[in-house]
Design a binder for this molecule. Structure first.
Ligand code: 25A
Ligand code: L14
Length: 355
């Protein structure tokens, strides 16, 4: 009989945590027992897993004893506190927050891009930002074939990136506006319904937002390429599920759009949808609920040498978060010896290389 594992999900009641439970089930992860964890707000509530109702427990000391793997999506503060504790309890953590991504002890992994990095873990593995994941899945085959020197990207990000509260804000505002009532505004600094906000996460001193600098710093770390130049503008749009991205790249050597289409068609985790004649291109409405990264509008960038432009769409809660985290857990059980944690005594997460 093949092995089965004790799995914890921290943040099990959130938008991403619920999807993690679904992904474990849908992908057939060999779960022996599942422990849903969240804050005191949700302790005692029920979540469904594999046809059973499980009671959510408050995360605290001892929560990770006896677990083989814990998948976290409870925000950076909870990850800073609980990930080292879990790793020291012998439980390998796959963390979806931004907390540990730039720590040199922590591999930052997209299975289609840098699966091998998982072997260097010491008990904590970070799941990249959703916008970075879908962009690099799409760019990896091109990077390997001809190199990429520079990336310029504009994102169109769904409100589910902010978790359950973002989903509620867009629903409420839309409902109220249709009734001629004042829309409530709690989550974003401006109305998101029928609007576009060039503002995701907080502003930094260099004029970029933290979300934009995550795309820069995470690309450098995942491609292991300090020389790659990246500039991002991240925009929140009134879409529930699915981030879209307009991506322009300058490659090291020339490559034709047809060759890019060909490469991406054969690459793992990608579906090419690119037939302008029949209005076929990726849409958030079609990508929602799917695990693949969708790519279309592949064309030569007429403004520079060796330029390619494209449109990249994926479900931010699935491939951007839950699916990628479960795929990392799958890597951990595929090779013997990877389910051990030897997290060092000094805990504090290293901050981003540059911001
Ligand atoms: O810090 P980061 O990395 O930037 O991430 C910030 C948030 O973004 C979401 C996720 O929110 C995360 O918390 N997120 C992160 N990565 C994402 C990605 N790639 C992403 N979203 C999309 N794509 P979330 O709403 O999905 O999940 C939050 C979950 O974490 C639990 N949690 C929070 N603090 C915790 C904790 N668990 C343990 N210890 C802690 N200290 C949280 O559980 C939820 O499961 P909960 O019990 O706190 O909340 C249950 C329900 O209560 C509501 N709620 C949340 N906050 C408040 C609240 N109600 C009132 N007041 C609040 N302040 C929510 O509706 C939730 O469903
Ligand atoms: O860093 O608000 O993974 O859309 C991803 C979703 C940060 C917030 C991360 C959003 C989060 C982001």
């Amino acid at each position: 009989m093949s092995a089965e594992y004790s799995v914890g999900v921290l943040g099990a009641t959130g938008a991403v945590g619920r999807e993690m439970l679904r992904s474990l089930q849908e992908r057939g992860f060999p779960v022996k027992s599942l422990r849903p964890l969240a804050s005191s707000r949700s302790a005692g509530t029920k979540v469904e897993f594999d046809g059973q109702e499980l009671t959510v427990q408050e995360a605290g000391p001892g929560s990770f004893e006896g677990l083989d793997i814990a998948i976290f999506s409870a925000g950076a503060a909870a990850s800073a506190r609980f990930a080292p504790e879990a790793a020291r309890a012998g439980c390998v953590v796959v963390d979806n927050s931004s907390c540990w991504r730039q720590d040199p002890r922590v591999p930052l992994v997209i299975p289609e891009v840098n699966a091998g990095a998982v072997r260097r873990h010491k008990g904590i593995i970070a799941n990249p930002n959703c916008s970075t994941i879908q962009m690099l899945v799409a760019l990896k085959p091109i990077y390997d074939a001809v190199g990429i020197r520079r990336i310029v990207v504009s994102t169109y990000q769904a409100v589910s990136g902010t978790g359950q509260k973002g989903i509620e804000e867009l629903s409420e505002q839309t409902r109220k506006l249709f009734r001629n009532e004042d829309p409530p505004q709690k989550v974003y600094p401006h109305r998101i319904a029928f609007n576009c906000l060039p503002h995701v996460d907080v502003f930094l001193e260099n004029g970029y937002t933290k979300e934009e600098m995550k795309m820069v710093n995470e690309t450098v770390k995942i491609f292991d390429d300090p020389g790659i130049r990246v500039s991002a503008t991240c925009v929140r749009v009134p879409v529930f599920y699915g981030h879209s991205e307009a991506v322009w790249i300058e490659t090291g050597r020339p490559i034709k759009p047809e060759a890019v289409r060909e490469l991406l068609t054969r690459a793992p985790g990608i579906l090419v949808e690119d037939d302008p004649a029949t209005n076929l291109y990726p849409l958030a409405s079609e990508a929602a609920g799917r695990e693949e990264v969708f790519v279309g509008r592949i064309r030569a960038d007429i403004s520079c040498e060796n330029g390619i432009a494209m449109w990249v769409v994926a479900d931010n809660v699935k491939k951007g978060a839950a699916t990628n985290a479960v795929q990392i857990a799958e890597l951990l059980i595929r090779e013997p010896g990877l389910l051990t944690a030897d997290w060092p005594a000094a805990d504090a997460p290293a901050v981003a290389a540059k911001a």
